[in-house]
Design a protein around this ligand. Structure first.
Ligand code: URP
Ligand code: ZN
Ligand code: ZN
Length: 460
């Protein structure tokens, strides 16, 4: 059924104007003033609302075996949460254990999503070892439309690669024309610091940050940048949390290295004191890299304004407080790492960015979707509003005021890191390829609407 969105104010990364949008089939067919609804069309009145291109979260974990447990969401719950939060496309990290067969892992991750996602989705493939078969395997995965890799410089003994593997992955990525996303923390330094702190009896969640200080993250970024320079690979630093890492990224960019920077929603609004709360409450706020002292948060906002940071993702990795975070009650290194935020990302960025005057609407759209679409081979199908693009729209009500609570969230996890916080504005109506999936902030759509997006290699 055609869909006509009337009287909205269209906002993209580089334009702002009043017009109607006609969606036919799965794409946008016309944009202009006073469009007439074809027979049988659904009409959505967007008077007083912004119309944004559907947002993209380029770093999520949904199926995630990690630290002796599994992340809580399924594609059913995570994709609904994404949609009510204005995200119409997710890119999930495929994270095989080092000993896993990589192609079997890829199929397993795909099977977790197939027919179960309400929003569109894609994958970054995690290279967690590099052996004689890897070039052939990665070629197959790129041919299947997963044209980006992930490497971990952290998580020694789990997902982490050694330097020889990192070098060869980047060399191969350069040859295949794909971008490599990277978790940048020096694994050995983390491991040594963890052991030292535990030996001193420092076992609570408040010691997580001191075990992974800013210098450890900056060293990871510098290391990645050096290897990118030597191989010519294009790299993307995930979840950047601190000014030290931002400085390392800026120096790399100034040297001409093709390097892009992501931060994630928790770093925009939370700081280290949250992980220092008594009675193990701090465990809710354990993620890696860790929440930092406030000046780092200010540096992140400055980098969002200046353009040094390219994207705002979530690194959504939900673990229940009651049974899962609890696994690390006597040893912070065993607290499953992750702060759930797939549902809140866009609304937090709007509330604390746009509404506070820190970023304008165009920067907001770019950070929350358009730049990710460009970097990961989805543009202009996703990330903008133009004829021919997928009809993924977020009709956003800037006058809405609401409160975040675990009681009302879609995410399948027993707490909210933002419990009781006010949000300004809401994704009122959200469409995925022309179908209304969210209305009045509630999921009302087709739970199986989502398709896997096959992406070309665009970093040649
Ligand atoms: O704490 C985090 N970041 N958990 C998810 C795994 C990762 O490092 O991305
Ligand atoms: Zn990571
Ligand atoms: Zn992650």
């Amino acid at each position: 059924m055609p869909l006509l969105v009337k009287n909205g104010e269209i906002i993209t990364a580089d334009a702002r104007y009043q017009a109607d949008i006609l969606c036919e089939g799965e794409t946008i067919s016309q944009i202009g003033p006073n469009l007439t609804a074809p027979p049988g069309a659904d009409v959505v009145d967007a008077t007083g609302k912004f119309v944004f291109p559907g947002f993209i979260d380029p770093h999520v974990h949904i199926y995630l075996p990690f630290m002796g447990t599994y992340a809580k969401d399924t594609y059913e719950t995570a994709s609904r949460a994404a949609l009510v939060g204005g995200t119409t496309t997710t890119i999930e990290m495929v994270c095989p254990a080092r000993g896993d067969d990589p192609l079997a892992a890829y199929e397993l991750w795909k099977s977790q999503a197939a027919g179960k996602s309400a929003c569109d989705y894609a994958f970054h493939f995690g290279v967690t070892r590099f052996d004689a078969d890897t070039p052939k395997v990665l070629q197959k995965i790129v041919d299947d439309g997963t044209a980006s890799f992930k490497v971990f410089l952290a998580y020694k003994g789990a997902f982490g690669v050694d330097d020889a593997e990192l070098f060869r992955t980047l060399e191969l990525a350069k040859k295949l024309g794909v971008i490599v996303t990277a978790h940048c923390e020096n694994a050995e330094a983390v491991s040594q610091l963890q052991q030292k702190l535990l030996a001193e009896g420092k076992t609570g969640p408040e010691w997580h940050e001191p075990s992974r200080p800013p210098s450890v993250e900056a060293s990871g970024v510098e290391h990645l940048a050096t290897f990118a320079e030597l191989t010519g690979a294009h790299v993307y630093v995930v979840h950047t949390s601190c000014s030290d890492a931002l400085r390392a990224a800026r120096r790399a960019k100034e040297r001409g290295i093709k390097l892009w920077v992501e931060t994630v929603a928790p770093y925009l609004v939370l700081d280290r004191t949250y992980a220092e709360q008594p009675n193990f409450e701090g465990a809710k706020y354990v993620m890696s890299p860790p929440l930092r002292e406030l000046p780092h948060q200010q540096a992140i906002w400055t980098a969002l304004q200046s353009g040094l940071i390219d994207t705002v993702a979530t690194d959504h990795a939900p673990f229940d407080f009651a049974k899962q975070k609890e696994m690390g009650r006597n040893d912070f290194t065993k607290i499953p790492n992750g702060i759930p935020s797939i549902e809140e990302r866009v609304h937090l960025l709007y509330t604390h960015g746009v509404a506070k005057g820190r970023i304008d609407l165009h920067r907001f759209v770019d950070l929350a979707g358009t730049k990710a679409a460009k970097l990961f081979g989805l543009f202009p199908r996703k990330g903008t509003i133009q004829p021919g693009a997928d009809a993924d729209l977020v009709i956003f009500d800037p006058s809405y005021r609401g409160t975040i609570s675990a009681k009302t969230q879609q995410m399948n996890v027993d707490y909210s890191a933002f419990e009781g916080w006010t949000i300004i504005g809401r994704s009122d109506t959200v469409t995925v390829r022309g179908k209304v999936q969210v209305q009045g902030g509630k999921f009302i759509g087709d739970p199986q609407r989502g398709q896997m997006l096959r992406r070309p290699a665009t970093h040649g």
